[in-house]
Ligand binder design. Structure first.
Ligand SMILES: *Cc1c(COP(=O)(O)O)cnc(C)c1O
Length: 373
């Protein structure tokens, strides 16, 4: 008999049905548009949750990064520094703006942007217009150091917190420390709206400009008047309803994901050559995905063993400086992200996993590793 499928990270709606209540309200009031009480409510509730002044609900994390770049003044020919170990969506908006990415490697202490390499990159390119730091897999980057370097070079910091909603850096929510922060509610993220994103900032004027661009840059006239290029990037009121419901279970999801990671840590700690995600005093991660790497074991053997038992796993993100589409751009360092890509494996971290699912997964990993070692 085929065993039940265990997924990496899949949508997990509330048991209470909060999401459907908010959607029903949208239907009942006929606000089936990128406008309405759920959009306003989702922005307000998310901003309160992470303790920031302002939020703009958008169609995706990618669109949020795009408008974040515009909002800090990135345009054609400008240079933007971006973490190399990330998902391509961190970088693509740099290209949309006609700007030029410069990649910076991660360090082993955080798996995120190496502050020393950031400093080297800014020293060589002092005309950089923005820095995009990522909180990979829900691990917080070393924000104080990164921010201090950005401040010294007078460059705005954009936090790509797409994977880290609920992660704390020194007690503060990731996404709230840079000039602009970005969250994603894509289907695989810790909470989801099926697809969506949020841009946050303490700068009210910046966020209201982002809302303006996201609704086609319509001037306040009776007729359609446009002085700037606009985008159709605003979140719909239906989607925002799902978000409001999901926000109510965010803390629960963080607890579930952290428990999954704690289980792996406990059960796999003795395996030869294993390394877990880095732990730091300043980092309280949401553990969106549990990730490990092994010295001396090919991760494809583990991924195959899991796939044979109907369990999903995945390699670590392939660094951007190795991607054919971004190969021509400058990179500072590269060895750490290359190592993590070569050796790393993202373990199933679905918040719906039962203790039996976790037992099944860990026993397969143990068997496969011990057969190889
Ligand atoms: C998911 C993700 C994005 C993009 O978010 P979408 O909502 O899918 O557009 C950006 N950066 C990182 C690191 C992500 O994981």
């Amino acid at each position: 008999m085929k065993k039940n499928k265990i997924l990496l990270s899949s949508p997990h709606m509330s048991d209470e049905g909060y999401e459907q209540e908010f959607i029903k309200e949208a239907f009942d009031t006929n606000w089936i548009a990128p406008l309405g009480a759920n959009v306003d409510g989702f922005e307000k509730e998310l901003a309160e949750h992470v303790e920031i002044g302002n939020a703009a609900a958008l169609v995706s994390g990618t669109s949020a990064i795009h408008l974040a770049l515009k909002a800090v003044g990135v345009g054609v020919g400008d240079k933007v520094i971006c973490q190399s170990l990330t998902f391509a969506a961190s970088v693509n908006p740099i290209i949309y703006e006609g700007a030029v990415p410069i990649f910076v490697d991660s360090d082993l202490e955080s798996w995120n942007m190496d502050p020393k390499l950031l400093e080297a990159a800014l020293t060589k390119h002092p005309d950089v217009k923005a820095v995009i730091a990522v909180h990979l897999y829900g691990l917080s980057a070393e924000l104080d150091e990164i921010k201090a370097i950005c401040d010294r070079f007078n460059v705005p910091l954009i936090e790509d917190a797409a994977e880290s909603l609920g992660t704390l850096y020194k007690g503060k929510q990731t996404g709230t420390i840079g000039k602009v922060g970005v969250f994603s509610f894509n289907g695989n993220k810790i909470i989801t709206t099926s697809g969506g994103g949020m841009l946050i900032s303490d700068d009210a004027e910046l966020v209201s400009k982002v809302r303006f661009w996201s609704t086609q840059s319509r001037e306040k006239e009776r007729h359609y008047e446009h002085k700037e290029i606009g985008y159709n990037y605003r979140m719909s009121n239906i989607v925002a309803g799902i978000g409001r419901g999901q926000l109510k279970v965010l803390d629960e999801r963080v607890a579930q994901k952290r428990a999954i990671y704690a289980y792996y840590k406990k059960m796999l700690a003795d395996l030869p050559g294993i390394h877990f995600m880095p732990e730091n005093t300043w980092n309280e991660p949401n553990c969106w995905l549990s990730v490990v790497y092994f010295d001396g074991i090919d991760p494809t053997i583990l991924m195959d063993a899991l796939a044979n038992e109907n369990i999903e796993s995945r390699p670590v993100w392939k660094p951007m400086h190795l991607q054919p589409v971004f190969k021509k751009y400058d990179v500072f360092g590269g060895e750490v992200s290359e190592m993590l890509f070569a050796k790393g494996i993202c373990l199933p971290s679905d918040s719906k996993m039962t203790i039996e699912d976790l037992e099944r997964t860990t026993s397969i990993i143990k068997r496969a590793v011990n057969d190889e070692a």
